[in-house]
Ligand binder design. Structure first.
Ligand SMILES: Cc1ncc(COP(=O)(O)O)c(C=O)c1O
Ligand SMILES: N[C@@H](CCCC[NH3+])C(=O)O
Length: 419
Protein backbone atom coordinates (compact mmCIF):
# COMPACT_ATOMS: atom_id res chain seq x y z
CA UNK A 1 0.00 0.00 0.00
CA UNK A 2 1.59 3.24 -1.17
CA UNK A 3 1.20 6.51 0.69
CA UNK A 4 1.03 8.39 -2.60
CA UNK A 5 -1.75 8.21 -5.13
CA UNK A 6 -3.07 9.98 -8.18
CA UNK A 7 -6.25 11.99 -7.73
CA UNK A 8 -7.59 13.71 -10.87
CA UNK A 9 -4.22 13.18 -12.54
CA UNK A 10 -2.21 14.78 -9.69
CA UNK A 11 0.14 12.95 -7.36
CA UNK A 12 -0.80 13.22 -3.70
CA UNK A 13 1.32 12.19 -0.71
CA UNK A 14 -1.40 11.04 1.67
CA UNK A 15 -3.81 13.98 1.39
CA UNK A 16 -1.24 16.59 0.35
CA UNK A 17 -0.71 17.51 -3.32
CA UNK A 18 2.95 16.89 -4.15
CA UNK A 19 2.96 19.88 -6.53
CA UNK A 20 2.02 22.19 -3.64
CA UNK A 21 4.71 20.74 -1.36
CA UNK A 22 7.28 21.27 -4.12
CA UNK A 23 6.07 24.84 -4.72
CA UNK A 24 6.30 25.64 -1.01
CA UNK A 25 9.59 23.97 -0.14
CA UNK A 26 11.40 23.85 -3.47
CA UNK A 27 12.98 20.94 -5.27
CA UNK A 28 14.71 18.60 -4.86
CA UNK A 29 12.76 17.64 -1.80
CA UNK A 30 12.23 14.43 0.16
CA UNK A 31 8.69 13.60 1.28
CA UNK A 32 8.03 10.94 3.95
CA UNK A 33 4.82 9.51 5.34
CA UNK A 34 4.28 9.17 9.06
CA UNK A 35 1.51 6.57 8.70
CA UNK A 36 3.72 4.40 6.48
CA UNK A 37 6.68 4.55 8.86
CA UNK A 38 4.40 3.55 11.72
CA UNK A 39 2.76 0.74 9.74
CA UNK A 40 6.12 -0.67 8.70
CA UNK A 41 7.46 -0.58 12.28
CA UNK A 42 4.37 -2.35 13.60
CA UNK A 43 4.73 -4.97 10.84
CA UNK A 44 7.97 -6.08 12.53
CA UNK A 45 6.81 -5.61 16.10
CA UNK A 46 3.36 -7.18 16.04
CA UNK A 47 4.21 -10.75 14.93
CA UNK A 48 6.33 -11.26 18.06
CA UNK A 49 3.22 -11.17 20.23
CA UNK A 50 4.20 -11.80 23.87
CA UNK A 51 7.68 -13.06 23.11
CA UNK A 52 10.30 -10.67 24.55
CA UNK A 53 11.66 -8.65 21.66
CA UNK A 54 12.86 -5.21 20.62
CA UNK A 55 12.79 -3.63 17.18
CA UNK A 56 15.93 -1.50 16.96
CA UNK A 57 15.44 0.68 13.88
CA UNK A 58 18.73 1.12 11.96
CA UNK A 59 19.24 4.87 12.18
CA UNK A 60 21.55 5.02 9.16
CA UNK A 61 18.60 4.36 6.83
CA UNK A 62 16.97 7.68 7.68
CA UNK A 63 18.14 9.67 10.67
CA UNK A 64 15.92 12.74 10.46
CA UNK A 65 14.91 13.69 14.03
CA UNK A 66 11.21 13.69 13.16
CA UNK A 67 11.51 10.15 11.78
CA UNK A 68 13.37 8.97 14.89
CA UNK A 69 10.87 10.72 17.14
CA UNK A 70 7.90 9.05 15.42
CA UNK A 71 9.53 5.67 16.05
CA UNK A 72 10.60 6.54 19.60
CA UNK A 73 6.96 7.34 20.38
CA UNK A 74 6.07 3.80 19.30
CA UNK A 75 8.61 2.45 21.82
CA UNK A 76 11.22 1.58 19.21
CA UNK A 77 14.81 0.76 19.98
CA UNK A 78 17.62 2.01 17.75
CA UNK A 79 20.70 0.54 16.10
CA UNK A 80 23.39 3.21 15.84
CA UNK A 81 26.85 3.24 14.28
CA UNK A 82 28.36 6.53 15.47
CA UNK A 83 28.32 9.16 18.20
CA UNK A 84 26.43 11.35 15.75
CA UNK A 85 23.63 8.81 15.51
CA UNK A 86 23.65 8.47 19.30
CA UNK A 87 23.14 12.21 19.68
CA UNK A 88 20.36 12.16 17.11
CA UNK A 89 18.48 9.38 18.89
CA UNK A 90 18.78 11.17 22.24
CA UNK A 91 17.71 14.49 20.69
CA UNK A 92 14.68 12.73 19.20
CA UNK A 93 13.64 11.35 22.59
CA UNK A 94 14.88 7.78 22.14
CA UNK A 95 15.39 5.63 25.24
CA UNK A 96 19.14 5.02 25.88
CA UNK A 97 18.31 1.59 27.29
CA UNK A 98 16.99 0.61 23.86
CA UNK A 99 20.09 1.60 21.89
CA UNK A 100 22.50 -0.96 20.43
CA UNK A 101 25.79 0.29 19.03
CA UNK A 102 27.11 -1.51 15.92
CA UNK A 103 30.02 -0.60 13.65
CA UNK A 104 33.51 -1.89 12.89
CA UNK A 105 35.50 1.17 13.91
CA UNK A 106 34.17 2.70 17.10
CA UNK A 107 36.49 5.45 18.31
CA UNK A 108 37.32 5.85 22.02
CA UNK A 109 35.34 9.08 22.31
CA UNK A 110 32.32 7.36 20.78
CA UNK A 111 32.60 4.44 23.20
CA UNK A 112 32.91 6.87 26.12
CA UNK A 113 29.78 8.81 25.09
CA UNK A 114 27.83 5.58 24.78
CA UNK A 115 29.08 4.33 28.17
CA UNK A 116 28.17 7.62 29.84
CA UNK A 117 24.75 7.56 28.20
CA UNK A 118 24.16 4.02 29.47
CA UNK A 119 23.16 2.37 26.21
CA UNK A 120 21.78 -1.11 26.14
CA UNK A 121 24.59 -2.90 24.31
CA UNK A 122 27.77 -2.61 22.28
CA UNK A 123 27.86 -4.96 19.29
CA UNK A 124 31.59 -5.69 19.21
CA UNK A 125 33.04 -6.33 15.77
CA UNK A 126 36.78 -6.80 16.41
CA UNK A 127 38.88 -8.18 19.27
CA UNK A 128 40.68 -4.89 19.88
CA UNK A 129 37.34 -3.20 20.45
CA UNK A 130 36.65 -5.54 23.40
CA UNK A 131 39.94 -4.54 25.06
CA UNK A 132 39.24 -0.87 24.43
CA UNK A 133 35.71 -1.03 25.84
CA UNK A 134 36.93 -2.93 28.93
CA UNK A 135 39.60 -0.31 29.55
CA UNK A 136 37.31 2.69 29.04
CA UNK A 137 34.54 1.17 31.19
CA UNK A 138 37.16 0.62 33.91
CA UNK A 139 38.16 4.30 33.76
CA UNK A 140 34.52 5.29 34.23
CA UNK A 141 33.95 2.68 36.93
CA UNK A 142 31.09 1.00 35.04
CA UNK A 143 30.45 -2.37 33.46
CA UNK A 144 29.95 -2.31 29.70
CA UNK A 145 27.10 -4.42 28.33
CA UNK A 146 28.33 -6.24 25.22
CA UNK A 147 27.47 -8.73 22.55
CA UNK A 148 29.66 -9.92 19.70
CA UNK A 149 28.62 -9.38 16.13
CA UNK A 150 29.46 -12.75 14.65
CA UNK A 151 30.19 -13.11 10.95
CA UNK A 152 28.54 -16.43 10.11
CA UNK A 153 30.01 -16.70 6.58
CA UNK A 154 26.65 -16.90 4.85
CA UNK A 155 26.02 -15.61 1.33
CA UNK A 156 23.22 -13.04 1.56
CA UNK A 157 22.82 -13.08 -2.25
CA UNK A 158 22.62 -9.33 -2.49
CA UNK A 159 24.74 -6.62 -4.15
CA UNK A 160 28.41 -7.25 -3.21
CA UNK A 161 28.73 -3.74 -1.74
CA UNK A 162 25.96 -4.43 0.79
CA UNK A 163 26.77 -8.04 1.68
CA UNK A 164 28.28 -8.13 5.16
CA UNK A 165 28.15 -11.73 6.39
CA UNK A 166 30.81 -13.40 4.26
CA UNK A 167 34.24 -14.14 5.66
CA UNK A 168 35.82 -11.81 3.08
CA UNK A 169 33.71 -8.91 4.43
CA UNK A 170 35.17 -6.59 7.07
CA UNK A 171 32.23 -7.00 9.44
CA UNK A 172 31.94 -8.96 12.66
CA UNK A 173 34.10 -11.55 14.43
CA UNK A 174 34.75 -14.67 12.34
CA UNK A 175 32.51 -17.41 13.67
CA UNK A 176 35.52 -19.67 14.41
CA UNK A 177 37.04 -16.98 16.64
CA UNK A 178 33.86 -16.10 18.47
CA UNK A 179 34.14 -18.62 21.32
CA UNK A 180 37.61 -17.38 22.12
CA UNK A 181 36.46 -13.78 22.22
CA UNK A 182 33.54 -14.68 24.49
CA UNK A 183 35.96 -16.47 26.82
CA UNK A 184 38.24 -13.45 26.89
CA UNK A 185 35.27 -11.18 27.57
CA UNK A 186 34.02 -13.42 30.38
CA UNK A 187 37.35 -12.98 32.16
CA UNK A 188 37.35 -9.18 31.92
CA UNK A 189 36.42 -7.15 34.99
CA UNK A 190 34.48 -4.36 33.27
CA UNK A 191 32.52 -6.37 30.73
CA UNK A 192 29.02 -7.75 31.07
CA UNK A 193 28.21 -10.23 28.29
CA UNK A 194 24.55 -9.90 27.43
CA UNK A 195 24.04 -11.09 23.89
CA UNK A 196 25.05 -12.23 20.46
CA UNK A 197 24.49 -10.41 17.17
CA UNK A 198 24.70 -10.93 13.44
CA UNK A 199 23.81 -8.91 10.36
CA UNK A 200 24.56 -10.51 7.01
CA UNK A 201 23.67 -7.78 4.54
CA UNK A 202 21.04 -5.50 3.18
CA UNK A 203 18.22 -5.78 0.61
CA UNK A 204 17.81 -9.55 1.10
CA UNK A 205 14.80 -10.86 -0.74
CA UNK A 206 14.73 -14.42 0.56
CA UNK A 207 14.55 -15.80 4.10
CA UNK A 208 16.98 -18.68 3.46
CA UNK A 209 20.22 -16.79 4.21
CA UNK A 210 18.67 -15.34 7.39
CA UNK A 211 17.74 -18.84 8.54
CA UNK A 212 21.16 -20.25 7.65
CA UNK A 213 22.80 -17.51 9.70
CA UNK A 214 20.39 -18.07 12.58
CA UNK A 215 21.20 -21.80 12.57
CA UNK A 216 24.91 -21.05 12.92
CA UNK A 217 24.29 -18.52 15.65
CA UNK A 218 22.13 -20.98 17.57
CA UNK A 219 24.90 -23.61 17.42
CA UNK A 220 27.24 -21.02 18.88
CA UNK A 221 24.75 -20.16 21.63
CA UNK A 222 24.69 -23.87 22.59
CA UNK A 223 28.48 -23.94 22.76
CA UNK A 224 28.50 -20.81 24.90
CA UNK A 225 25.96 -22.32 27.26
CA UNK A 226 28.21 -25.36 27.71
CA UNK A 227 30.98 -22.94 28.66
CA UNK A 228 28.69 -21.37 31.25
CA UNK A 229 28.00 -18.20 29.24
CA UNK A 230 24.27 -17.52 29.19
CA UNK A 231 22.88 -14.79 26.95
CA UNK A 232 20.06 -12.40 27.58
CA UNK A 233 19.41 -11.51 23.97
CA UNK A 234 19.92 -12.60 20.41
CA UNK A 235 20.14 -9.79 17.84
CA UNK A 236 19.46 -10.93 14.29
CA UNK A 237 20.31 -7.62 12.61
CA UNK A 238 18.42 -6.00 9.77
CA UNK A 239 18.57 -6.55 6.04
CA UNK A 240 15.07 -7.45 4.93
CA UNK A 241 14.66 -6.11 1.41
CA UNK A 242 11.91 -4.07 -0.16
CA UNK A 243 10.27 -3.96 -3.55
CA UNK A 244 11.98 -1.42 -5.78
CA UNK A 245 10.97 -2.99 -9.09
CA UNK A 246 9.91 -6.60 -9.28
CA UNK A 247 11.61 -8.04 -6.20
CA UNK A 248 9.34 -10.12 -4.02
CA UNK A 249 10.82 -10.02 -0.54
CA UNK A 250 8.90 -11.74 2.23
CA UNK A 251 6.53 -9.56 4.22
CA UNK A 252 7.96 -8.63 7.64
CA UNK A 253 5.33 -10.82 9.30
CA UNK A 254 6.38 -13.88 7.25
CA UNK A 255 10.04 -13.17 7.89
CA UNK A 256 9.48 -12.85 11.65
CA UNK A 257 7.34 -15.99 11.63
CA UNK A 258 10.11 -17.92 9.84
CA UNK A 259 12.62 -16.76 12.47
CA UNK A 260 10.29 -17.65 15.34
CA UNK A 261 9.62 -21.11 13.88
CA UNK A 262 13.34 -21.76 13.68
CA UNK A 263 13.84 -20.47 17.22
CA UNK A 264 11.04 -22.69 18.49
CA UNK A 265 12.82 -25.75 17.09
CA UNK A 266 15.98 -24.82 18.97
CA UNK A 267 16.99 -25.25 22.59
CA UNK A 268 16.76 -21.51 23.15
CA UNK A 269 14.36 -20.67 25.95
CA UNK A 270 11.50 -18.22 25.42
CA UNK A 271 12.90 -15.70 27.86
CA UNK A 272 15.85 -14.86 25.58
CA UNK A 273 14.92 -11.54 24.02
CA UNK A 274 15.02 -11.27 20.21
CA UNK A 275 16.30 -8.04 18.69
CA UNK A 276 15.98 -6.99 15.05
CA UNK A 277 17.62 -4.00 13.33
CA UNK A 278 15.52 -3.22 10.25
CA UNK A 279 16.22 0.03 8.43
CA UNK A 280 15.29 -0.08 4.76
CA UNK A 281 12.12 -2.13 5.29
CA UNK A 282 10.78 0.56 7.64
CA UNK A 283 11.87 3.73 5.85
CA UNK A 284 12.51 2.81 2.19
CA UNK A 285 8.98 2.80 0.85
CA UNK A 286 7.91 5.54 3.26
CA UNK A 287 9.63 8.22 1.19
CA UNK A 288 9.93 9.75 -2.29
CA UNK A 289 12.32 12.28 -3.77
CA UNK A 290 10.68 15.01 -5.82
CA UNK A 291 12.66 16.72 -8.54
CA UNK A 292 11.94 19.14 -11.36
CA UNK A 293 12.90 18.72 -15.01
CA UNK A 294 15.16 21.62 -15.94
CA UNK A 295 16.02 20.85 -19.56
CA UNK A 296 15.39 18.21 -22.17
CA UNK A 297 18.30 17.33 -24.43
CA UNK A 298 17.70 15.06 -27.40
CA UNK A 299 20.51 13.80 -29.60
CA UNK A 300 20.62 11.27 -32.40
CA UNK A 301 21.53 8.57 -29.85
CA UNK A 302 19.98 9.53 -26.55
CA UNK A 303 17.37 11.59 -24.82
CA UNK A 304 18.39 13.20 -21.57
CA UNK A 305 16.04 14.75 -19.05
CA UNK A 306 18.24 16.96 -16.90
CA UNK A 307 16.58 17.29 -13.51
CA UNK A 308 17.47 19.31 -10.41
CA UNK A 309 18.23 16.30 -8.19
CA UNK A 310 21.57 14.58 -8.62
CA UNK A 311 23.80 11.84 -7.29
CA UNK A 312 24.61 14.08 -4.33
CA UNK A 313 20.91 13.90 -3.35
CA UNK A 314 20.35 10.21 -4.11
CA UNK A 315 23.47 8.16 -4.73
CA UNK A 316 22.00 4.66 -4.89
CA UNK A 317 21.61 4.55 -8.71
CA UNK A 318 25.21 5.75 -9.21
CA UNK A 319 26.74 3.64 -6.46
CA UNK A 320 24.97 0.31 -6.85
CA UNK A 321 23.32 0.72 -10.26
CA UNK A 322 20.15 0.59 -8.19
CA UNK A 323 16.85 0.86 -10.04
CA UNK A 324 14.20 3.07 -8.47
CA UNK A 325 10.91 3.83 -10.14
CA UNK A 326 10.45 7.38 -11.47
CA UNK A 327 6.90 8.60 -11.91
CA UNK A 328 5.40 11.91 -13.05
CA UNK A 329 3.71 14.17 -10.52
CA UNK A 330 1.14 15.13 -13.16
CA UNK A 331 -0.06 11.93 -14.79
CA UNK A 332 -1.53 13.50 -17.94
CA UNK A 333 0.75 15.18 -20.42
CA UNK A 334 0.42 16.21 -24.05
CA UNK A 335 4.15 15.58 -24.63
CA UNK A 336 5.18 12.61 -26.76
CA UNK A 337 6.20 9.47 -24.97
CA UNK A 338 9.93 8.90 -25.20
CA UNK A 339 12.78 6.98 -23.57
CA UNK A 340 14.78 9.23 -21.27
CA UNK A 341 17.91 9.00 -19.18
CA UNK A 342 17.05 11.00 -16.06
CA UNK A 343 20.29 12.75 -15.15
CA UNK A 344 21.38 15.38 -12.65
CA UNK A 345 23.53 18.51 -13.00
CA UNK A 346 26.62 17.03 -11.32
CA UNK A 347 29.82 16.78 -13.37
CA UNK A 348 30.06 13.00 -13.40
CA UNK A 349 28.95 10.65 -16.15
CA UNK A 350 27.70 8.37 -13.38
CA UNK A 351 25.27 11.05 -12.22
CA UNK A 352 21.91 9.57 -13.08
CA UNK A 353 18.71 8.68 -11.27
CA UNK A 354 17.37 6.34 -13.92
CA UNK A 355 18.14 5.20 -17.43
CA UNK A 356 15.92 4.54 -20.40
CA UNK A 357 12.66 5.47 -18.69
CA UNK A 358 9.52 5.71 -20.81
CA UNK A 359 7.90 9.03 -19.90
CA UNK A 360 6.06 11.98 -21.41
CA UNK A 361 8.18 14.94 -20.35
CA UNK A 362 8.26 18.71 -20.70
CA UNK A 363 10.58 21.20 -18.98
CA UNK A 364 9.42 22.15 -15.47
CA UNK A 365 7.55 18.88 -15.02
CA UNK A 366 7.91 17.36 -11.58
CA UNK A 367 9.03 13.76 -11.11
CA UNK A 368 9.00 11.55 -8.04
CA UNK A 369 11.68 8.92 -7.42
CA UNK A 370 10.01 6.19 -5.42
CA UNK A 371 11.46 4.09 -2.59
CA UNK A 372 13.77 6.89 -1.51
CA UNK A 373 12.98 6.98 2.22
CA UNK A 374 15.99 4.84 3.17
CA UNK A 375 19.62 5.59 2.24
CA UNK A 376 18.42 8.64 0.33
CA UNK A 377 18.94 11.81 2.36
CA UNK A 378 21.32 10.06 4.79
CA UNK A 379 23.77 9.31 1.97
CA UNK A 380 23.44 12.75 0.40
CA UNK A 381 26.36 15.15 0.24
CA UNK A 382 27.34 18.65 -0.81
CA UNK A 383 29.30 17.47 -3.85
CA UNK A 384 29.53 20.19 -6.49
CA UNK A 385 28.68 22.61 -3.65
CA UNK A 386 25.03 21.69 -3.87
CA UNK A 387 22.94 22.38 -0.76
CA UNK A 388 21.16 19.31 0.57
CA UNK A 389 17.44 18.96 -0.10
CA UNK A 390 14.57 19.83 2.22
CA UNK A 391 12.74 17.02 4.02
CA UNK A 392 8.99 17.05 4.56
CA UNK A 393 6.71 14.72 6.55
CA UNK A 394 3.10 14.23 5.56
CA UNK A 395 0.68 13.25 8.30
CA UNK A 396 -2.75 12.79 6.76
CA UNK A 397 -3.66 16.21 5.35
CA UNK A 398 -0.87 17.97 7.25
CA UNK A 399 2.50 18.59 5.75
CA UNK A 400 5.43 19.49 8.04
CA UNK A 401 8.82 20.78 7.02
CA UNK A 402 11.19 18.57 9.06
CA UNK A 403 14.48 19.84 7.66
CA UNK A 404 15.02 23.03 5.75
CA UNK A 405 16.82 22.98 2.47
CA UNK A 406 20.42 23.96 3.22
CA UNK A 407 21.37 27.53 2.45
CA UNK A 408 24.44 28.42 0.41
CA UNK A 409 26.05 29.83 3.57
CA UNK A 410 25.89 26.34 5.07
CA UNK A 411 28.30 25.13 2.39
CA UNK A 412 31.33 26.89 3.86
CA UNK A 413 30.30 27.06 7.50
CA UNK A 414 33.42 26.37 9.59
CA UNK A 415 35.89 27.02 6.77
CA UNK A 416 38.65 29.61 7.35
CA UNK A 417 40.73 31.75 5.06
CA UNK A 418 44.48 31.81 5.78
CA UNK A 419 45.58 34.89 7.76
C1 LIG B 1 24.66 -3.60 11.68
C2 LIG B 1 23.53 -3.23 10.80
N1 LIG B 1 22.29 -3.36 11.28
C3 LIG B 1 21.22 -3.02 10.52
C4 LIG B 1 21.36 -2.54 9.24
C5 LIG B 1 20.13 -2.19 8.49
O1 LIG B 1 20.01 -2.87 7.32
P1 LIG B 1 18.70 -2.72 6.45
O2 LIG B 1 18.50 -1.29 6.15
O3 LIG B 1 19.03 -3.50 5.24
O4 LIG B 1 17.57 -3.30 7.23
C6 LIG B 1 22.64 -2.42 8.69
C7 LIG B 1 22.85 -2.03 7.28
O5 LIG B 1 23.01 -2.91 6.43
C8 LIG B 1 23.76 -2.76 9.50
O6 LIG B 1 24.99 -2.62 9.04
N1 LIG C 1 23.29 2.17 1.63
C1 LIG C 1 22.90 0.90 1.13
C2 LIG C 1 22.70 -0.12 2.19
C3 LIG C 1 23.82 -0.21 3.14
C4 LIG C 1 23.32 -0.79 4.37
C5 LIG C 1 24.13 -0.41 5.55
N2 LIG C 1 24.97 -1.47 6.05
C6 LIG C 1 21.74 1.00 0.16
O1 LIG C 1 21.31 2.06 -0.15
O2 LIG C 1 21.23 0.06 -0.34
Amino acid sequence: MDFFNYKSGELFAEDCPVREIAAKHGTPCYIYSRATLERHWHAFDRPFGDRPHLICYAVKANSNLAVLNILARLGSGFDIVSAGELERVLAAGGDPKKIVFSGVGKRSDEILSALKTGIRCFNIEVGGELDRINELAGELGVKAPVSFRVNPDVDAKTHPYISTGLKENKFGIAIEQALLEYQRAAAMPNIDIIGIDCHIGSQLTDTTPFLDALGRILDLVDELKKMGIALHHLDLGGGLGIRYRDEQPPEPADYVEALLNRLNQSKLTDDVEILLEPGRAIAGNAGILVTQVEYLKTTADKNFAIVDAAMNDLIRPSLYSAWQEIIPVRSQSSADENHWDIVGPVCETGDFLGKDRKLRLSPEDLLAVRSSGAYGFTMSSNYNSRPRAAEVMVDGGDCHLIRERETLAHLWAGEQLLP
